[in-house]
Design a protein around this ligand. Structure first.
Ligand code: FRU
Length: 496
């Protein structure tokens, strides 16, 4: 039986979604209407990949969280499905927060999420209780189970917060189920707790898998934990990060801890820590494993810091990144666009060894829905160039600029002139492997975004852009001689 709240959301979607189709990104997931944040339940189910998301259909601002729902066969074309969860029970009346999903052996689809229940105290203050809950369904309709909540405050280690206790990511391994959940400990900073279950319904606490100890931000949200290329990898999104060099920026950040799981203590022995994405818009990533063994990650291509900076004339807010294939290479988490995007490459334009010494544009190199790789190297044996700049989404007034300085080994992306009507941080700088002035940049553009991948995925950086769609020009500039190769494909993923 669908609740009144869920039926209302589905009715609202049916009525308003058809009006928004023409303004949506071509291949990045949005809610179609309303607000979205974190990806949820990103997992294979019956031969397809399902993706849910934090969703408030009625407004482009955050509200009581529902779960929106889409699915795909190839990570590029998505089919929209009706809203899956609404905050309609006593234990989740104030929101169905983030979580994960698995396919059960009997073919049913299990969603595990955080139920939020706020209680107003006598002093007027709101106290929030977060517990982990389950809904089971057939890929479209889901029912919350009678056992809910399946993980509650009674299972917390001593000192664990009942208020910051959320975002279960569930997975199955050798017929057993595990979940990592974000929590806050006595020292006021984040811990990632590990739970286990034999049947995915009855859960018990195992260990503190990793702890922040006030080193990387405060509360750690949206954890994900997996084995990749001989390492154990933990992704999480810290709140209240303070800047560390050019690696971590302040505010809501994202980090990756790489190490090895101590199988006796069930604790991640940390060897390296890095940012996952170096752009302005990336949070709460979640991964899945494909049947052919790839680890694919998707994230909210937005950040809480700028989440009130919507474009007034769009009827949706928030989008997901392009799904990305992860590897660990030389101890670093690397990521490249999911290979399925290559099936959608149309016309190719190719240039080799073009000498750039001032500002240049190249015939045929323009567009707003494209996949372009630009490789640069010094054009003069005796003196290294000062900088190289790539401008995209350009017209007389707008541009988004990527600048590489070989001397400092840094990239700076500036989207000040990319259509944002808000005085927010629009520049991000980050380190890249400083070679001898050689660098490969892959740029994926869709209507409202640019995703940048450096040196086959050593770094990735995501940016929301609101430049007008007619801003399609691309140009190249340098101080000093640079030789450039350009390979550009239009992406042909338009609605019929
Ligand atoms: C992260 C987050 C999660 C929470 C959700 C609420 O972006 O704060 O911790 O589950 O958003 O929408």
């Amino acid at each position: 039986m669908l609740s009144e709240k869920l039926r209302r959301a589905r009715k609202f979607e049916k009525k308003y979604l058809p009006y928004t189709v023409k303004e949506l990104p071509f291949f990045h997931v949005t809610g179609g209407i309303g607000w979205i944040n974190d990806p949820n339940g990103f997992a294979p189910f019956k031969g397809e990949y399902h993706l849910f998301f934090q969703y408030y259909p009625y407004n482009t601002k955050w509200g009581p969280m529902h779960w929106g729902h889409v699915k795909t066969k190839d990570f590029i074309r998505w089919e929209r499905l009706p809203a899956a969860l609404a905050p309609d029970t006593d234990y989740d009346k104030d929101g169905c927060f983030s979580g994960g999903a698995v396919e059960l052996p009997d073919g049913r689809h299990l969603l595990m999420y955080t139920g939020v229940r706020n209680v107003r105290r006598r002093n007027g203050k709101l106290e929030s209780f977060q517990t982990q809950c389950i809904a089971i369904g057939n890929g479209i309709d889901y029912e919350k189970i009678a056992l809910n909540p399946v993980i509650d405050a009674s299972m917390l280690p001593e000192g664990g917060s009942t208020h910051d206790f959320r975002d279960p990511k569930i997975w199955e391994e050798d017929g057993h189920y595990y979940a990592v959940v974000g929590n806050r400990s006595e020292d006021d900073s984040g811990t990632i707790l590990l739970f286990e279950s034999a049947d995915a319904l009855h859960w018990q606490y195992v260990s503190v898998l990793a702890a922040c100890h006030n080193q990387y931000g405060k509360m750690w949200e949206c954890p994900d934990f997996f084995h990749l290329d001989g390492c154990d990898v933990l992704l999480t999104s810290p709140q209240e990060m303070t800047a560390i060099g050019l690696e971590f920026h302040p505010g809501n950040a994202n980090i990756c801890l790489i190490g090895h799981l101590d199988r006796e203590k069930h604790h991640l022995v940390r060897e390296r820590v890095q940012a996952i994405d170096y752009g302005l818009d990336f949070y709460a990533p979640q991964t899945l494993k494909t049947p052919d063994g790839r680890r694919i990650m998707i994230a909210w291509m937005q950040n809480w810091e700028t989440s009130s900076c919507a474009q007034n004339d769009l009827s949706f807010f928030g989008q997901m990144t392009l799904p990305r294939e992860l590897t660990v290479r030389n101890g670093r988490l690397c990521q490249v666009p999911v290979r399925e995007i290559e099936k959608y490459r149309g016309v190719k334009i190719d240039y080799r060894n073009v000498l750039i010494t001032g500002e240049t544009s190249l015939r045929g190199i323009h567009g707003r829905c494209l996949d372009m790789t630009v490789t640069v190297r010094p054009g003069n044996e005796n003196s290294l160039y000062q900088w190289f700049r790539l401008y995209v989404a350009r017209d007389g007034e707008h541009y988004t600029m990527i600048r590489y300085k070989p001397g400092t080994g840094t990239i700076k992306v500036d989207r000040t002139h990319s259509g944002f009507p808000h005085d927010i941080v629009n520049i991000r700088e980050f380190p890249v492997t400083a070679g001898s002035g050689e660098l490969k940049m892959r740029v994926i553009l869709d209507r409202y975004s640019m995703e940048l991948f450096i040196n086959d995925g050593e770094q990735a950086a995501s940016f929301v852009l609101y430049s007008p769609q007619a801003a399609t020009a691309i140009s190249f500039a340098s101080e000093g001689a640079v030789l450039v190769d350009v390979e550009k494909y239009d992406l042909e993923i338009r609605e019929k």
